[in-house]
Ligand binder design. Structure first.
Ligand SMILES: Nc1ncnc2c1ncn2[C@@H]1O[C@H](COP(=O)(O)OP(=O)(O)OP(=O)(O)O)[C@@H](O)[C@H]1O
Ligand SMILES: [Mg+2]
Length: 501
């Protein structure tokens, strides 16, 4: 009997030895699970962690960055220990919560606790991409009963606020694709940039008030129409064509647009883009909330010419592919074609970003290919023209702080007769010495206008003289021709007479 018992016991020990570990593991798992459940019943709070880096992404988490911004603005005055950071590319200092600091936020009567923490991994990975492997995270704690409110409403509010703060505090940039400024250390960047600070605004921009209001409303409408564009199935972008003589404020208008909407500017030099693929790469690298500018589009490339050239050369190319290769090799500089540019503006790739303006400027509207400026590509055509009295009044207000003056009437009349660009008017209105008061500046402008008037009159007279001279010469030539013809007829008759004899 004892023998049987000991055998059963030994077998039990044997089975335990084999499965014990497994049982232990399972058992511990169960205990932990129930412990958490128990804590769940007793501990009424929910915690959510937001890590700075996700395992599979090298990029910093956008949510973490947004929370950081939100907390630094909303709670940095409440936290006792702060961390100061100098924002890259700027001189401003941004304060944020220090590690292991806790702040309380209240939203719609709901209390939320935020702590900032970090974990240091036990084993540092051998191939570490980042300098320090500390994993920072923000931990949100809220009451269990507010869980849905916090995850659905509060977090959205935090992320939206964080995004808005980033836009408010960011410095706008002016990018260029000029090749000479292309190299940064070891890494080639397609766009290089400087901080954009241009003082031009819609207040300082002188143009017909009606036109200005129209442009302003158009821009504001665009910036608020995200949902509308989605509804109608259009990508959220808009094309503006600014045309007019040099010095009428086209570039100033672009700066004013950027200042109004707080968009970055990408100044695209078509001649620096080597081909259509390069152009596409440039497009992909632009960010949302930006203005892509191509200045003097008529001079940038002979786009129409290139297209015609290709059409004419097509048959030849088919005949002789070697010749084609040679020609291509010979071609230096940019190979951007009109179709490449059209694709850039509204091809499939152009939809990869959102909230973008594309602005073309030109001095010669008539030189542009109609396909390039049709509505849908260049949705709004804005003419910047010579200075009229309304334009002058804005300039007088800006440059001389003047709303009315006895000389205004004369200037009004003269501007009606003479064409002068706002740039020239502005130059005349600018005081050149400390003694120059408003009256002196206005007189200077009147003198300039008179000069221009005289020049214009002289030009017109010269034109008229040329015309008269040309018609006189034509008349003279006609007379000479008539005489020659008459002489020829007489000669012919005389010849007839002698032969008949
Ligand atoms: N409409 C305007 N309102 C205010 N200032 C203007 C205006 N037009 C020109 N100016 C002044 O003249 C200068 C030149 O203007 P701007 O560079 O904007 O002209 P543009 O139309 O871009 O000329 P271009 O065709 O040669 O590029 C600006 O610095 C600005 O001070
Ligand atoms: Mg310009």
């Amino acid at each position: 009997m004892m023998g049987d018992v000991s055998m059963v016991f030994a077998a039990g020990m044997f089975i335990w030895a084999i499965f014990g570990q497994w049982f232990q593991h399972q058992f511990r798992g169960h205990v932990e699970m129930y412990a958490y459940k128990l804590i769940g019943y007793v501990y009424p709070y929910v915690q959510i962690n937001f890590h700075e880096y996700h395992a599979e992404y090298f990029e910093r988490s956008k949510a973490y960055a947004a929370i950081e911004r939100y907390l630094s603005t909303n709670s940095s005055n409440r936290a006792k220990r702060l961390k100061a950071n100098v924002v890259k590319d700027s001189e401003s200092v941004v304060l944020s919560m220090d590690d292991h600091e806790e702040v309380t936020d209240e939203f719609n009567g709901v209390k939320i606790w935020w702590t900032s923490s970090k974990t240091i991994p036990q084993m540092r990975s051998f191939f570490s991409f980042r300098d320090d492997d500390e994993r920072r995270f923000y931990r949100l704690t809220c009451h269990r009963k507010h869980r849905d409110f916090v995850t659905n409403v509060y977090l959205k509010h935090v992320l939206d606020e964080g995004k808005a703060i980033a836009i408010r505090t960011r410095q706008r940039k002016l990018y260029t694709n000029n090749k000479s400024a292309d190299w940064r250390g070891y890494k080639k960047t397609i766009w290089s940039h400087i901080v954009f600070e241009h003082p031009s605004t819609f207040d300082t921009l002188a143009m017909d008030p009606k036109k200005k209001k129209d442009v302003l409303e158009d821009l504001m409408m665009f910036s608020k129409s995200k949902d509308y564009y989605k509804k109608v199935g259009k990508s959220w972008k808009r094309g503006y064509l600014l045309y007019g003589p040099p010095g009428t404020g086209k570039s100033s208008m672009i700066a004013a647009m950027s200042n109004l909407l707080e968009y970055d500017i990408y100044d695209l030099e078509l001649a620096s883009a080597s081909d259509n693929t390069d152009l596409r790469k440039l497009l992909i690298e632009t960010s949302s909330k930006s203005i892509i500018v191509i200045e003097d589009i008529d001079c940038s490339l002979d786009l129409t010419g290139q297209r015609k050239e290709k059409k004419e050369g097509d048959k030849e190319d088919e005949k002789d592919p070697v010749k084609k290769m040679e020609e291509e090799k010979k071609k230096k500089g940019s190979e951007v074609t009109l179709s490449g540019l059209l694709n850039f503006i509204d091809g499939l790739w152009s939809a990869c970003g959102s909230e973008r303006l594309i602005v073309f400027t030109t001095n010669h509207l008539e030189k542009l290919d109609p396909a390039l400026i049709r509505r849908g590509r260049m949705d709004k055509h804005i003419e910047m023209s010579y200075c009229c009295f309304e334009t002058f009044k804005v300039l007088a207000k800006n440059y001389l702080d003047l709303e009315s003056h006895e000389l205004f009437e004369t200037i009004d009349r003269m501007l009606g007769e003479t064409k002068m660009t706002p740039a020239d008017v502005a130059e005349n209105l600018m005081p050149k010495s400390y003694e120059d008061d408003a009256g002196v500046c206005l007189k200077k402008l009147i003198m300039s206008l008179e000069d221009e008037n005289e020049k214009e009159a002289a030009r017109l007279k010269a034109l008229e003289d040329d015309k008269i001279k040309a018609s006189e010469e034509e008349g003279k030539k006609k007379k000479e021709d008539d005489v020659k013809l008459a002489n020829n007829v007489i000669d012919a008759k005389e010849n007839d007479v002698t032969t008949n004899k």
